[in-house]
Design a protein around this ligand. Sequence first.
Ligand code: HEC
Ligand code: HEC
Ligand code: HEC
Length: 436
Amino acid sequence: MRKYQPLIASIVLVAGLVLAAWEPSLSAESDVDEGRFTPDQIEHGRVLAGIGNCGTCHTASPDKPYAGGVDFPTPFGTLYATNITPHPQQGIGGWSREAFFRAMREGVSADGSHLYPAFPYTHFKNITDDDLDALYAYFMTREAIDYTPPENALRFPFNLRFLQWGWKLMFFDPEPWQPDPEQGQQWNRGAYLAKGLGHCSACHTPRNAMGAEKQDRAYAGALVDNWYAPALDDSQPVPVHWDSDTLYQYLRSGLSDYHGVAVGSMGEVVHRGLKRAPDNDIRALATYMASLSGDTQPVNTQARSAELITAAQQRARGDLSAGEALYIGACAACHYNSPQQPMAARAELSLNSAVTADDPTNLIRVLLEGIGTESGSPILVMPGYSGLSDTDLVELAQFLRRRSGLPEWKNLRQRVAELRELHRQAQAGTAEHTGE
Ligand code: HEC
Ligand code: HEC
Ligand code: HEC
């Protein structure tokens, strides 16, 4: 509790200002006239909703699209995503355009209450009027679903919504992002998508104790919902840095020959979110993301990776550990690559962030869970290895680190135990739901 003392002090201060936090209610627009939306606008809204991942957060079960109920465990308790279908009571059916715009840009609900930043309005504030109109048209023309998500279970004082006003004062700059005239059109388009609708930094940037993104460490990598979103700035852990071509390949298909595959929450971003996005938007995103590394000299990706793969294979030859034996027995058949021609479908582990990042989470999860068509590429699967003991997993992981010429992971054993427990719980949960 001690570490929350300053927090409590600031809460008392903020409580005094509660009246200042008051926002008017904008709920009632009795009839939203669906006829005023054009089919083009609705279709555009569908693409944008994909890029914004609205479905990932607002759809708990596929038969109730956008009806909410997805849980967000936070250090302060659990929050549930709301119903954003046009249902007049449970959803946003009664919301005017103005109320929708205010929610997306200021994080204020139609009744005037403040929303939590688990809803990325801190990014959505950068969306243009035209794009917000298209999103509004799309959501107002979805099927209205009569479903009430569970009540939030946040601890006092975090359950007091007006305190979010104080959070906004400290951490939220309502000014929208402006294009950079020094940069080209494609870069600016990519920056607009990444900073706004795509909210890429929401996962890839570490957060402070109050849950706000650390502005000075944008894209330095972060753990979100037990997936590690690797750094994409100049500290990126992949030995062959991302350039606009490999980024394009990865964001379009979820596969990069020189890096590996998109799994877990990034699998959803690529295979569900960006699926409908037009090619020039993916190109634009790739151009902008490539600039984050600060690399100015083009790298000969193929030559560099051939060198690294050869070195990894040589190191493995001299390694006589139990981890190496496990690797040869369990992994090499699928993950062996010729240095000249690595293939994404055989993800080259010496180049892969699951092995080269400082955080072992993704490697352990992939080993415990395997990769199904839901989590990774829709056409590839990898078996799970939860049958291996914790000691075997540790040996194997440390061997993969050595093979890449990297120091051992320090927190590995503890992380394996934690993630195995989560895996066990998830399995028990699934068995319950399916009645097994
Ligand atoms: C990272 C998860 C996440 C994503 C992505 C997301 N939302 Fe949400 N959204 C939430 C959560 C959580 C809440 C509830 C916040 C609260 O209760 O304070 C919410 C609330 C809202 C609200 C306010 C509803 C109300 O009743 O007050 C609207 C409107 C909304 N989201 C629209 C969208 C749209 C449109 C998109 C896609 C462009 C989107 N959201 C993407 C998590 C998300
Ligand atoms: C919901 C969280 C989340 C969001 C939002 C997100 N990412 Fe990711 N991203 C991840 C995770 C987790 C990984 C690791 C996936 C893996 O290793 O397979 C990842 C991996 C990546 C990688 C590969 C990094 C590497 O070295 O392996 C790139 C590139 C990337 N993301 C770009 C983006 C872009 C561009 C956006 C916005 C359009 C974005 N991400 C939005 C979670 C997210
Ligand atoms: C039957 C073939 C097969 C075997 C055996 C196999 N894998 Fe994989 N592995 C794959 C495929 C296919 C993918 C890509 C899956 C996808 O994207 O859906 C993959 C992906 C991966 C990834 C990439 C995750 C990312 O985020 O980029 C890692 C790490 C990995 N495997 C490690 C291992 C290890 C360690 C072993 C040995 C214990 C192993 N694999 C055994 C087929 C296999």
